[in-house]
Design a protein around this ligand. Sequence first.
Ligand code: 13P
Ligand code: SF4
Length: 352
Amino acid sequence: MVIDAKQSLNNPKIPSVTVPPHPEWPEFSPNGLTQLKNRIKLLLKEQNAVLVAHYYTDSALQDLADETGGCVADSLEMARFGTEHPAETLVVAGVRFMGETAKILNNNKRVLMPDLGATCSLDEGCPYDLFDSFCNEYPEHTVVVYANTSARVKARSDWVVTSGIALPIVKHLAQKNEKILWAPDKHLGRYVQKLTGVEMIFWPGSCVVHEEFRSVALQRMQKLHPDAAILVHPESPEAVISLADVVGSTTALIDAVASLGNKEFIVATDAGIFNKMRQIAPDKILLEAPTVGEGATCQSCANCPWMGMNSLHNLAEVLENGKNEVLVSPDLAEKGAIPIRRMLDFAKTLKK
Ligand code: 13P
Ligand code: SF4
């Protein structure tokens, strides 16, 4: 089956995000901000809720999650954390697939999101009906989907993976001589295929944020900073990955800043990650990998527009009004939970 990249909606409209200030808390005044944070802390407590945030969200949100006993993490850890935390409500600051994963794994809990419109270009670019037809053409293949997909696509898969665990899972499948149908991120898929040698066919999806990193401009930057380590998220194009000293999930890239001896780092992923990197290694110099240069058509310049839809303001609002609850039908949740739990169980065996 030939999939038309346009048909697969790989260029979803990028939202322009303007979050209106909450009327009761004047924006940007230090007092207003403290009041707002205190209000959210109180609401979290009153509602037995915990904040689960991704590294790409606004730094104020990340800090609040840390301060209130929540978590700031990559998508694998966000999923795991939600299943193990006793709170009755999970407030997921991230994009929709993260909220859906939380709901699928915790059907007895309430899952809220600051903005239900926060999607992901990978998810949008892999609509269920097209994906289902694609899978039907390769019945012999094991279907492995990236977590950045809808609940229905996950339910159609054998395995769900995140960037943090894709490689060991595919290695495990390669040992069993399985052929893999991979969706939707073609760059991560090719990277994993290169390292495992497994037979794979790909869905032609990509992330609009990581697609923007430019290898030629990165090489030029490397010449100006010869001692800098280059850290690349594997959703980036192959030519960018090939220049990396470390390729890995958001957590792996943060760990690299702390553990490598380099003073300088060039980082090819969403700029939201700098908040955590600065916290754990304040003495290191962090540089954004270039999203401009030959052939650049930078639309969001290393800032995921959908992650940017999460703010303290809409977080406070959903806690106050209970709107934006993530709902997944029990039937779909039951099916979707199987490949996600398979991933989480596999992660546990790796830890051991
Ligand atoms: P991580 O699981 O590495 O945090 O990646 C999620 C993501 O959406 C990256 O763009
Ligand atoms: Fe999706 Fe890319 Fe945003 Fe991650 S950075 S949520 S892959 S659009």
